[in-house]
Write a protein that binds this ligand. Structure first.
Ligand code: 48C
Length: 343
């Protein structure tokens, strides 16, 4: 017999376990923990970067309780503990200092194929006003029309790198191939020049600050059309024949293909996996419903982002201006799809 203390009651009580029982129980607990540790090690699931750690936590849960209007200085996190970035949930002064001390350069990769070169000027001009102000930035512009890349005045520490690539006749193919191209250039170029890489659609403009608060090992943005939607209405690829297939009981958020990023290493891994899925689909004669966005969404389910950006970071004014949005930082530029696509 032994005594134990009940804190609430403030008294000692006689327990029903003998010392021997307790000894056996503690040994069993220690043994269980050790076994599960080594089991994880041998499966390669116990890894030390946050991205990998989150991957061990495959979750299914009802959302999106998390996406209530943000309150000042309240940190919101996903169930796997990645911060959800809204205006007012971070201290930019402290973050700016940290990233400046690390002398971080961010790459911003965009594709301007065929008529999409018309979007470059506004994109670059507004990025100079709002994107990573006070930090070093390399704009990587992938285009088939290098002569149409406009001259835009850049702040100190920022440069434009034009990379000529081939075009494709279908706009869907252009979108899909972005994964292949970014994968190739991650190992050939980005790894030598930048710490973080951000991938963005070009038919967009910056409208408010987008700074180092977004930077993390791997980040994605909640699609503005789905931040308040239930999982069953997410437009994941639902055909099991596609590599982008997501079953109905899985998925955390529906992420936008228009803005995501991470360290070059993580972007290398992401683009590799997505490109492999896209090529396998091609072999099997199937194309995911939302092209590379579908593959990105599949990837984020099994490789949890270490930061999740609120729809402030990809917004479309066609969706109105709900109260929860204090900032509309990166906005879709209205366009005539028929006149622009495939031209
Ligand atoms: O650069 C092009 N040219 C095209 O003809 C079609 C797409 N694109 C790139 O793909 C642009 O960077 C677009 O922003 C991006 C994603 N495609 C779209 O947003 C179109 N709405 C399909």
């Amino acid at each position: 017999m032994y005594l134990f203390f009940i804190p609430g009651k403030g008294r000692w009580v006689k327990g029903c376990f003998t010392k021997h029982n307790l000894y056996v129980m503690s040994c069993t607990i220690v043994l269980c923990f050790s076994l599960s540790y080594f089991w994880n090690m041998s499966n390669g699931t116990w890894q030390n970067t946050p991205v990998k750690m989150y991957n061990t936590m495959r979750m299914t849960y009802k959302n999106p309780e998390l996406l209530k209007p943000p309150r000042n200085d309240v940190l919101m996190v996903t169930p796997w503990l990645a911060p959800i970035i809204w205006d007012g949930t971070y201290n930019l002064e402290i973050l700016n200092e940290q990233f400046r001390q690390r002398n971080v350069t961010t790459g911003l990769a965009v594709f301007a194929i065929k008529k999409y070169v018309v979007f470059l000027k506004k994109f670059l001009e507004t990025a100079e006003m709002y994107f990573m102000v006070g930090h070093k930035v390399n704009y990587y512009i992938f285009t088939d029309r290098p002569q149409d890349v406009p001259e835009v005045a850049l702040r100190e520490g920022r440069k434009v790198v034009v990379l000529q690539i081939q075009n494709y006749s279908r706009w869907q193919e252009i979108c899909l191939r972005r994964m292949e191209v970014m994968n190739h250039f991650s190992q050939q170029l980005f790894i030598n020049e930048v710490s973080y890489l951000v991938s963005a659609d070009i038919d967009m403009r910056f409208n408010d600050e987008v700074g180092v608060e977004i930077l993390s090992d791997l980040f994605g943005t909640i699609h503005p059309g789905f931040y308040a939607a239930e999982r069953r209405s997410f437009t994941y690829e639902r055909r099991p024949a596609s590599q982008a297939y997501v079953p109905h009981d899985e998925g955390d958020f529906y992420y936008a293909g228009a803005f995501f990023g991470g360290t070059v290493k993580e972007i290398y891994k992401l683009t590799k996996k997505c490109h492999e899925g896209i090529m396998m689909d091609k072999k099997n004669g199937i194309e995911a419903v939302w092209q590379e966005e579908s593959h990105l969404n599949k990837y984020f389910i099994y490789h949890k982002p270490t930061k999740v950006l609120s729809p402030e970071y990809v917004w479309d004014d066609n969706l109105g201006r709900p109260n929860i949005l204090r900032k509309r930082r990166f906005l879709a530029v209205p366009k005539n799809h028929a006149a622009i696509r495939n031209k």
